[in-house]
Design a protein. Structure first.
Length: 188
C-alpha cells in the first residue's frame, strides 16, 4: 500500500491582537479601514523577523479595501506608530509595532511598545509582565517606554507631565527632581 498525500489542508498559523488595542481606543482612533489593513499585514509577518512585505494589491485583495484606501490606511497606521514602512527596490517592507497602555489606578501611565516578531511574542509579554511586577525598566530588552505620564503634586494642585525629558528638571523642587531622575534613569 502506498501513502498518498491527502488533498485536505488547513491553515493553522495565527496571530494575536492585544485586547488593549480595543479597550484603550486604538482601533476606534485608526478606524475600520486601517485596522483591516493592519490585520492583513500582520497575517503576512515573517515568523522569525516580523517583517511583512505584501504589496498594495495583495493587501487590497485580502482586506476588501481599495488600493487607494489601503494607501491612506498605511499613512494612518504610520502616524499612529503601529507600522514603519521601508522601501527596498520597488517593494515595501513593513514592521508592525505592538502597543500596550499601562495604567495606574485606572489612569493612563505608560505606553510600552515593541516590534512585532511572532517568534518572540511570548517572551515580550513575559518581559512586560515582569517589568510591571518589579517596576524595574532597566533590564528590558524588547520594550520601549514610549510615553511616561507622571503625576506631580505641587502645592496641592495636580500637574501632569507628558514627556519629562523636555522639562528642565533643575527648575523643580530638588527632592522632586532627584526622584524623577532616579525613575527616569531606571526606565532608560
Amino acid at each position: 500500500m502506498t501513502n498518498v498525500p491527502s488533498p485536505l489542508r488547513a491553515q493553522t498559523q495565527w496571530f494575536h491582537l492585544f485586547k488593549a488595542m480595543v479597550d484603550h481606543g486604538e482601533v476606534a482612533r485608526i478606524g475600520p479601514y486601517a485596522f483591516t489593513v493592519y490585520a492583513v499585514i500582520k497575517a503576512h509577518a515573517n515568523y522569525h523577523s516580523g517583517i511583512a512585505y505584501p504589496g498594495i494589491e495583495l493587501i487590497a485583495e485580502k482586506s476588501g479595501v481599495s488600493p487607494a484606501q489601503v494607501k491612506r490606511a498605511l499613512a494612518v497606521l504610520q502616524a499612529a506608530g503601529l507600522i514603519t514602512k521601508t522601501k527596498t527596490g520597488r517593494s515595501n517592507h513593513y514592521t508592525l509595532r505592538e502597543k500596550v497602555q499601562i495604567t495606574e489606578a485606572d489612569l493612563p501611565h505608560t505606553v510600552a511598545t515593541w516590534d512585532y516578531v511572532p517568534s518572540r511574542t511570548q517572551h515580550a509579554v513575559s518581559e512586560l509582565k515582569k517589568t510591571m511586577l518589579t517596576g524595574d525598566f532597566a533590564g528590558t530588552q524588547i520594550l520601549n517606554i514610549e510615553r511616561l505620564n507622571i503625576q506631580i503634586n505641587l502645592a496641592g494642585g495636580n500637574s501632569q507631565v507628558e514627556d519629562t525629558r523636555s522639562i528642565d528638571l533643575d527648575q523643580l523642587d530638588p527632592s522632586i527632581a532627584k526622584t524623577l531622575r532616579k525613575h527616569l534613569n531606571r526606565s532608560q
